[in-house]
Design a protein around this ligand. Structure first.
Ligand code: NAI
Length: 460
């Protein structure tokens, strides 16, 4: 099938490459000419595991091409995917200017039947707006060309995007046009892997499904983070609580990890947008409002732990920071906790040396030449002469450091673990003063040392 992908970012590039992998003829469009130049010269503008191989293979086979020529893109695909950004507006609503600009371009230039697919995360009612823009543009030309608008929200996770797209647990299609549904079914048939994973529904329900999923996941995290703060006060260990409740199949084990707050390009903005959508309908989403407030506060927890130990004036103090990306396996720093932590420390006069396996270039772009902030080539180099090590992102490579060497590098053997990647007892045995999120202080919580070892997110 001929597919045009409008927007070649995290979602567009992965979707385009994976659709090409199944034999489709995909043309990816972006208004960012620099991005297109990088892709045309064989580079990949983002860090996403496994993506480079899929892109290279399909470019070589002639099934995946890139362009910044809008007319070429509109002419190419019967399926026109809109995968542009929907960042938060000042009032928290989703800014639809890029989605509607893409729709306008299609309406302005299309000459035959198109299925316009909203892949971006968009509020309920956006498909109607896209439809109206297409009709308006076609009306201006007096050119009655048939089209359909479909909602096909994306559930891939950055850091595992290729795998998620190739092996989806569900494919949601919101449509009311039979011909469009047939085309979408055919497009996604190779991804079904002998099980029905395609869920068709009306457009509005599909649009809401995406927000509902992210809001539910964000809620689980904020809930656990709040309980973690309570666990700290009460001398309990949130990691043990997590194991205790996650074994209940009604609760399940995923997304129960306490930490220094969620970030990324999706949860914060989608929670905001859903709150805003509901408010527009005269409804306050009380639970989600609390989820957002709890998360904003949680991003400051690491900074507060620093202040409790070192006092309000951090002049002359130096900190090592492991992890800049909002989560492992990505270079994405949108809404990353690291940004809040760095701001908090620098604004109180501290200096920070940061390490991240892939996000340092992005951090340099964001922070520029910020005085007091430097970067290291290795985790251990970042720790050199630091008064404490702050773990902000749970990269695999941070989980089993040489603790003896780490201790020798630090000026003070303090670890503030914002992702609970270490086993407190194990680390304390090396003489570290260790604090996680929601973990009992040394000697408390029953002394069941090592009970968590081997569990994801627990000890080394
Ligand atoms: P992104 O910012 O990485 O990519 C968007 C791209 O669209 C940019 O390269 C931009 O230059 C381009 N663009 C903007 N206007 C354009 C236009 N009129 N024509 C052509 N290109 C245009 O954004 P990302 O992360 O890929 O997100 C896209 C959408 O997918 C958002 O709505 C997001 O909420 C949603 N989403 C994102 C996920 C993620 O993990 N990043 C996961 C699931 C959904």
């Amino acid at each position: 099938m001929k597919v045009s992908m409008i927007g070649t970012g995290y979602v567009g590039l992965v979707t385009g490459a994976c659709l090409a992998e199944m034999g489709n003829d995909v043309l990816c469009l972006d208004v960012d000419e620099n991005k297109i130049r990088i892709l045309e010269s064989g580079g990949i503008p983002i860090h996403e595991p496994g993506l480079d191989a899929v892109v290279a293979r399909n470019v070589k086979a002639g099934r995946l091409r890139f362009t910044s020529d809008i007319a070429r893109s509109v002419a190419h695909g019967t399926l026109q995917f809109i995968a542009v950004g929907t960042p938060p507006d000042e009032d928290g609503s989703a800014d639809l200017q890029y989605v509607l600009a893409a729709a306008r371009n299609i309406g302005r230039l299309m000459t035959d039947y198109k299925v316009v697919v909203d892949k971006s995360t968009v509020p309920v009612g956006t498909a109607d707006k896209v439809r109206a823009v297409l009709a308006e543009e076609l009306g201006k030309r007096g050119n009655p060309v048939d089209f359909a608008v479909v909602s096909n929200p994306e559930f891939l996770k950055e850091g595992a995007a290729v795998d998620d797209f190739m092996r989806p647990d569900r494919i949601v299609i919101g449509a009311d046009d039979e011909r469009a549904i047939l085309l979408m079914r055919a497009l996604y048939a190779p991804f079904q892997r002998n099980h029905e994973r395609l869920i068709t529904m009306d457009v509005r329900s599909a649009e809401l499904t995406k927000y509902a999923a992210n809001a539910m996941l964000a809620t689980r995290i904020s809930f656990m983070n709040e309980l973690a703060l309570l666990a700290e006060r009460m001398g309990a260990d949130i990691e043990r609580v997590r194991l205790g409740i996650g074994s209940d199949p009604r609760i399940g084990t995923h997304f129960l990890y306490a930490g220094a707050g969620y970030g990324g390009s999706c949860f914060p903005k989608d929670v905001k947008a859903l709150i805003h959508t509901a408010a527009g309908e005269g409804q306050q989403l009380e639970v989600l409002g609390a989820v957002e407030r709890a998360n904003d506060a949680q991003k400051r927890v690491l900074g507060q732990k620093v202040l409790r130990r070192f006092g309000d004036d951090l002049a002359g103090k130096h900190f090592a920071l492991w992890g800049l990306a909002f989560k492992p396996n990505t270079d994405d720093m949108r809404e990353a906790t690291s940004r809040v932590v760095i701001d908090d420390l620098l604004s109180r006069g501290a200096t920070v040396c940061a390490y991240d396996p892939v996000a340092i270039t992005e951090a340099k772009r964001i922070f520029g030449d910020r005085p007091g902030l430097s970067y290291a080539d290795t985790p251990l180099a970042a720790a050199d002469g630091a008064d404490a090590l702050l773990v902000v992102t749970e990269w695999m490579e941070f989980r089993s450091p040489d603790f003896t060497e780490l201790k020798a590098k630090l000026r003070q053997p303090v670890i503030l673990d914002g992702r609970n990647i270490f086993d407190p007892e194990f680390v304390r045995a090396f003489g570290f003063d260790y604090e996680g999120i929601g973990r009992a202080p040394a000697g408390e919580a029953g002394g069941n040392a090592g009970a968590d070892a081997g569990q994801p997110g627990a000890g080394a």
